[in-house]
Design a protein around this ligand. Structure first.
Ligand code: ADP
Length: 365
């Protein structure tokens, strides 16, 4: 009876190890593999038969193999349960030569065949990718914060002297009304226009520098959001007879106000930069890609030369004069910032004279 119970326990234990969701490898004192479970076969892409009896170094990248026998010896000289290579980056290699980062736990097992070491191996590739992305994001955030601070102080401090100039110009203009001729009146008109324009630019710069603040995410139905954006632009859509087709949109965890601003900027640009004498046609689509959603806003407008594809996303960069198309060159810089705050990317594909496609992504994780 006891014997049967013992055999039953043995089988259960064997199955637990064999089907464990971690790669388990048993190695003897000569560094030879004596057992691998199913997960280890899958992870290293070797059939068991090709691993059993082989030196465990086969699973270590060649550049790191040299030191390993010494480390094995050291482990067997005072075997304790511990993590391998604390403070070092560990890598393993698959049968096809692919290297990947790992974490390894070592446990000594005393058996009648001598001491063995059970190595539990975890593939940490995904964690490493996430850590690297997080690091990049933190660096970007700190760089952005510095820039924002600079833009905020600069724009805030520029307002005051501009107000003073504006006040004195008005006083001079009023005091001198009687002695002004047409030419000097024109000069005053130009000065006032320049002051208005500078006020708008400073306001836009202040808004840009405040974009990253108060950033809350919530689930937003982008189908509804785009209908609202369309409604806001209804008059321009109607006047220019714009044809807009919007595909099915997802519900995403985003900052509603900023994503609305993003679509509004891209859609109004698609209308603004239309070709003369042709009906503007705009297509807005969404497509799921792994851990992100890709959105595209396609127009049949004037298009953009390839050499400007990066520049247009920088603040105050415009390709056309204000007389041709009104604007202040801050819309796409805002779009870029909003997309980056959603861990995404923005870019443009375009053919001059045929149209442009503005694409951006939003990370879902
Ligand atoms: P603004 O629209 O105020 O000029 P933006 O930052 O929105 O500023 O755009 C920067 C420049 O990129 C625009 O001046 C224009 O030359 C170009 N651009 C943006 N969107 C389009 C588009 N859909 N088609 C063609 N050119 C575009």
């Amino acid at each position: 009876m006891k014997q049967k119970q013992y055999i039953h326990q043995e089988i259960t234990f064997h199955l637990m190890v064999e089907y464990s969701p971690n790669a388990l490898i048993l190695v003897n004192e000569e560094s030879k593999i004596v057992y691998v479970n199913l997960y280890a076969e899958k992870l290293f892409k070797y059939p068991k038969t090709e691993l059993i009896g082989r030196g465990v170094e086969i699973l270590i990248p060649e550049r790191l193999r040299e030191k390993h026998p010494g480390l094995v010896k050291m482990f067997f000289s005072s075997p304790t349960s511990r993590a391998m290579g604390v403070g070092r980056d560990l890598y393993a290699v698959k049968k096809d030569g692919t290297e990947f980062p790992v974490e390894i736990g070592l446990n000594p097992l005393v058996t009648i065949e001598g001491t063995l070491v059970l190595a539990a191996i975890i593939d940490i590739s995904e964690r490493k990718i996430k850590d690297a992305a997080l690091k990049k994001q933190l660096e970007l955030e700190s760089k952005n914060q510095e820039l924002e601070q600079f833009a905020y102080i600069a724009s805030h401090d520029l307002r005051e002297p501009l107000r003073t100039i504006n006040n004195y110009i008005q006083v001079i203009e009023e005091d001198c009304t009687e002695i002004l001729n047409d030419t000097s009146r024109n000069y005053f008109y130009s000065i006032n226009q320049a002051i208005r324009r500078m006020e708008v630019l400073i306001g836009a710069l202040l808004e840009y520098s405040r974009l990253g603040k108060d950033f809350l995410f919530s689930p937003v139905d982008l189908n509804v959001l785009l209908e609202n954006v369309k409604a806001d632009l209804a008059s321009s859509i109607h006047t220019n007879q714009v044809r807009i087709h919007i595909g099915t949109m997802p519900v995403l965890n985003v900052n509603e106000i900023k994503i609305r601003q993003l679509f509004q900027n891209l859609l109004s640009n698609a209308i603004k930069f239309r070709k003369k004498n042709s009906i503007p046609q705009i297509l807005i689509l969404a497509e799921k890609q792994d851990t992100r959603w890709k959105f595209s806003i396609k127009d049949n407008g004037i298009g953009i030369e390839e050499k400007h594809f990066t520049r247009i996303f920088q603040i105050f960069q415009r390709l056309n004069t204000s007389e041709e198309y009104e604007g202040n060159g801050i819309g796409l810089a805002n779009c870029k910032k909003i997309v980056e705050l959603h861990n995404g990317e923005i870019w443009v594909e375009s053919t001059p004279g045929e149209g442009s496609v503005f694409c951006f992504t939003i990370a879902t994780q």
